[in-house]
Design a binder for this molecule. Structure first.
Ligand code: PLP
Length: 346
């Protein structure tokens, strides 16, 4: 990594030039997790991005502030997004569109291997319908980006101007620069310097943290924990980070070797809960009264537990766990949780 360090004020000023709408209850709280810290022997703090405020919260509130900002600025009237059937991004996109009077079309990919979530509208999918989205389904092997383009074309042919949110979405990089700036300020107020920022990411969220720490010259280890076992993500995070930096005129260059990203906690695959993730959910719920989701945040927190157990994290470390949200999906996983909590005996 090369480049010149800039100040927080300069970074804020550059971000301030991008089109943006207000969707979130920001800044989200940064809080200690005293009972978890005691148990793990590591000082752990939580950045509550599950409380970003839009439709049950989550990290996509921050992404959407910039993508919808651009769409509204450029006069689009339909937003097309798509992902897996229990997508948090789609749920929050539908809510944000409702708020701004935009039509929302969602392309949702079925995940046949996840028995619990293909059954019926529940969790995020139920909310997509509640927010009035035009919901379409595709099969697991269909190309999502092409399907989104087909839906956009359909709207175009009816005289609309659709804005397609393409993945990876660099607006998430801007969103997580904003989050990093909040963390910097909150740490200063709370009087501590973190050693690690650990979070679930599939690219955009981590790219914001990578760009922000490098641009501000912070020596914090940013560790992304994958929700799925895809190849080439480290490379992609570096590419998106460079696009974000370029757009903001930052003179930094990120290479894949700058990115710490692990797929070790995915388990059998995307959307399939792991025993370690379920344990992490139980721990967070029972020691701190905080809900994690089984697809993203439980796996990310399982990484912190494992790192504390194997000595990679010690009492010298101050770890910020970023809770990226996803909690409505919990209800789509009711059968899995009933089994894990041994409720079937009721
Ligand atoms: C709850 C949650 N955490 C983390 C992520 C990953 O975020 P990103 O794709 O911005 O890296 C997602 C993405 O859908 C999510 O829904």
């Amino acid at each position: 990594m090369v480049g010149t360090v800039i100040t927080e004020a300069e970074l804020k000023e550059r971000l301030g030039k991008l089109p943006r709408v207000s969707l979130g209850a920001l800044p989200t709280p940064l809080e200690p997790l005293p009972r978890i810290s005691e148990l793990l022997g590591v000082q752990v703090f939580i950045k509550r991005d599950d409380l970003t405020g839009l439709a049950f919260g989550g990290n996509k509130t921050r992404h959407l502030e910039f993508s919808l900002g651009q769409a509204l600025h450029e006069g689009y009237d339909v937003i097309v997004n798509g992902a897996a059937v229990q997508s948090n991004y789609c749920r929050q996109t539908a809510a944000a569109c409702a708020k701004f009077g935009l039509k929302c079309a969602l392309v949702l990919r079925r995940l046949p291997e996840v028995e619990a979530i293909k059954v019926e509208p529940q969790g995020n999918l139920l909310l997509d319908y509640l927010f009035g989205a035009d919901v379409r389904f595709i099969e697991p092997d269909e190309d999502l980006e092409l399907a989104k383009e087909r839906v956009a074309e359909e709207y175009r042919s009816k005289g609309h101007k659709p804005f397609v949110i393409r993945h990876p979405d660099i607006s998430g990089g801007f969103g997580y620069l904003v989050c990093l700036l909040e963390i910097v300020e909150q740490c200063r107020e709370m009087g501590f310097e973190p050693t690690h920022i650990i979070h679930s990411s599939s690219t955009p969220t981590q790219s914001g943290f990578v760009v922000g720490t490098k641009a501000l010259g912070l020596n914090w280890k940013v560790i992304g924990v994958a929700p799925s076992d895809r190849d080439g993500v480290t490379q992609r995070i570096a590419e998106v980070s460079n696009l974000v930096a370029e757009k903001l005129g930052l003179s930094i260059k990120v290479t894949p070797s700058d990115v710490i990203f692990t797929t070790a906690f995915v388990g059998e695959g995307y959307g399939i809960p792991t025993p370690e993730g379920i344990e992490a959910m139980k721990l967070m719920a029972r020691l701190e009264g905080i809900v994690l989701d089984p697809v993203y945040t439980a796996k990310a927190f399982a990484a912190i537990i494992a790192m504390a157990k194997n000595g990679q994290l010690t009492k010298e470390h101050k770890v910020i766990f970023v809770h990226t949200g996803g909690t409505p999906a919990l209800f789509a996983y009711q059968p899995v949780l009933v089994e894990a909590l041994e409720l079937s005996r009721l």
